[in-house]
Design a binder for this molecule. Structure first.
Ligand code: DAH
Length: 372
């Protein structure tokens, strides 16, 4: 289109120059051609700016960009006329074209920014930014975790390091290594969860004692917090899945005094200097002598009562012999030591005066929120 028009202009210029004005015909044609381009650029630009100013949505804006600056856009069409602009005028006309393209591009960008602003403003219209946000209730640690962390902190301060062992165990680590004879009631199917494979859910974290002694050598000073499982009927002081913290100290010339001092210090650090603690003689196959430890529970609205929280004792030499026999290393001859296993649920009950252990597994948010 444009090309043809310019060609036509040249013809006219030629005719006019011959008939009317005594002007060099080429010079005349140049002026006409240049002026025509200038006019076309100016009119395309004016039209484009007017169109852009009236645009009210992004889609129309994009259509306008393509319609003006695109391959077949109005300005691009004018630009094709450059072919017919005499060489000497190309730089000047080219500059005009570039200027028009830049002006239109800026107008498109400005309009786009303004439209985006309108869209953003509409999206938040009516929103009151001064209103307080919706508060999500904060989560927190379960009381068992709190008490476990505190217990571990105190015991680590006393030089114990953390050890670990599996919850699915074999009979050797759970019973045989710990001097528990075949006919011991704890090994009964009524008391222990057995798998068909013969493996079992550990009934005590004492399994870790055997595992650590097998792989380490004395002196040993470890603790192991973890879960244990028994086929117990659930009541106010028993669960079938519960948590313990096991401790083992093996060295030379360890005494009952070390055991008592360590555990009394631990319990007082946890519950306060005034805590009433008592050691009762008891029986465990893996310690000799053995004790149970009671702490006085003072639950709100209830008379104070002694509650058993741990078993402990001096490591039975039979356990050292079992380990030495199994490893063939003879590392424990002449060693002495003490061990203890503390019920973490029981610790939590004493710490907060909880009267029923079942509250700890009900996941009632009203109960748990009290510990946050
Ligand atoms: N394992 C025992 C239980 O679960 C507790 C216990 C008693 C652990 C004496 C010990 C210990 O380490 O020496 O009832």
């Amino acid at each position: 289109m444009v090309k043809r028009r310019i060609f036509f202009v040249r013809e006219t210029a030629y005719c006019q120059s011959v008939s009317c004005i005594k002007l060099d015909k080429c010079a005349y044609a140049r002026i006409v051609s240049r002026e025509l381009m200038k006019n076309q650029i100016a009119s395309v630009q004016a039209e484009a700016l007017a169109r852009i100013a009236g645009i009210a949505d992004m889609k129309a804006l994009e259509d306008a960009r393509v319609g003006i600056l695109g391959k077949k856009g109005t300005l691009t069409q004018v630009q094709q006329g450059m072919r017919d602009v005499p060489k000497e005028d190309k730089p000047a006309v080219g500059a005009l074209l570039n200027e028009a393209r830049a002006t239109i591009t800026t107008a498109l960008e400005d309009r786009k920014a303004a439209l985006q602003q309108e869209i953003d403003a509409a999206a938040v219209a009516g929103v009151d930014f001064t209103m307080p946000g919706a508060t999500l209730p904060a989560g927190g640690l379960h009381p068992i975790s709190i008490v476990r962390d505190e217990a571990v902190r105190v015991l680590r301060r006393m030089g114990f390091t953390l050890a670990d062992g599996p919850e699915i165990e074999d009979e050797w680590h759970c019973f045989d290594a710990l001097n528990t004879p075949d006919d011991h009631p704890a090994r009964n199917e009524k008391d222990t969860f057995y798998f068909d494979s013969g493996k079992l859910l550990r009934t005590q974290t004492s399994t870790v004692q055997a595992r650590v002694m097998e792989k380490d050598c004395p002196p040993i000073r470890i603790i192991c917090p973890g879960s244990a499982f028994r086929r117990d009927a659930i009541d106010a002081t028993h669960l079938s899945a519960f948590n313990q913290i096991e401790g083992l100290y093996v060295a030379r010339e360890v005494s009952v005094g070390d055991l008592k001092g360590t555990l009394e210090y631990f319990l007082k650090a946890l519950f306060g200097e005034e805590t009433a603690v008592r050691f009762r003689p008891h029986f465990f196959p893996f310690t000799e002598p053995s004790f149970e430890i009671d702490v006085l529970l003072q639950a709100a609205g209830q008379a104070p009562r002694w509650i058993e929280i741990a078993g402990c004792g001096m490591v039975n030499p039979a356990v050292f012999e079992n380990i030495d026999k199994a490893t063939g290393k003879n590392l424990y001859a002449g060693c002495t030591g003490f061990a203890f296993g503390i019920g973490l649920e029981r610790l939590a009950m004493i710490r907060w005066g909880i009267r029923d252990i079942r509250l700890l597994i009900e996941n009632d948010a009203r109960f748990l929120a009290q510990f946050q």
